[in-house]
Design a protein around this ligand. Sequence first.
Ligand code: ATP
Length: 353
Amino acid sequence: MTEIVMQNLGKDFGDFTALANMDLTIGDGEFVALLGPSGCGKSTTMNMIAGMLTPSHGDIRFDGRNMNDVPMAKRGVGFVFQNYAIFTHMTVRDNLAYGLKAQGVSKSEITRRVGEMAELLQLSPMLDRKAAGLSVNILQRLAIGRSAVVEPAIFLLDEPLSNVDAAFRAVMRSELKALQRQFKQTMVYVTHDQLEAMTMADRIAVMDHGKLLQVGTPLEVYNNPVDTFVAQFIGAPGMNLLSGTVTGGDTGNVIDLGSAGHSGPVTTGQGGDVLFGFRPEQVHPDPNGPLEMRIVTVERIGARTILHLDAGARRAKAVLDSETPHPDQGELFRFSVAASDARLFDSATQGAL
Ligand code: ATP
């Protein structure tokens, strides 16, 4: 187990800043996901932690020791990439044993640890098969096992599930979590998939355009996004944002949302242009609610129904249990959002108010 500290960490490629001033501490045995869209600097950050890239400025420390000039092989990190690197001519068993043999671990200990890892990752039935004949799903599972079996103090995974199919990805999410619970490594996991980050990580670091925007537990970033980018990137679908103006109402200030109605009372001062945010799953059908939008499309996905709503230029989505009654496509839908669920953002800065 190792604590990772990144302080004022940055990387420039010529004039282009891939990562600007990252400050982030990842605790001993913590599972942190670096989450953001393609090109936001996740892999650049990861490659600096691994020692494959040298920082342009700032420091990386493992347990207080500066790592800037320590080569990758001496950092004690395990690294799994999107494209598995497996020795295809070897058996599954030999692939799993490879790193342990290189470390000079005894034969009996290798047998025990390979067996344990194969059991954990459901590779036991194929231990004596050549890797060459195995599916992409199994090869990626093997790549994870081969890195994990040497029990590195720090385990880095860069989009390890992006090439495997959806059903297998769901299985691997719980297996990776189980792997970390068992070995208690410090884990850094790069992904652009918010569901992976939300389901596995202790904390999520949301990044965009080379900047760290917010760090928090999955619930913290879901409930209290610092800006509209995080609000919409987290959640599926993301947070609704309706443009409005704070005006005086009978029972205090409300947000005038044009033909979509108005919000409940807010404490924000009058006159400001704001974005009224609420999660699709926090929409309550309510015949007396202050909000009204037309149902453009009804999307039924098993236990849930997604209503696509509009009111002029304003668009929103509502997620309901499939049992919940609602008007038909083309009709008006009246609803409310609890005051405690509503979030306000400044239209100009896009930051949370
Ligand atoms: P992806 O998921 O697409 O890999 P990412 O968030 O991991 O995205 P990075 O790979 O860290 O992003 O890249 C961040 C930015 O830095 C990108 O715009 C990329 O084109 C640029 N970049 C990365 N490596 C280099 C390099 N060696 N030279 C120049 N630019 C680079």
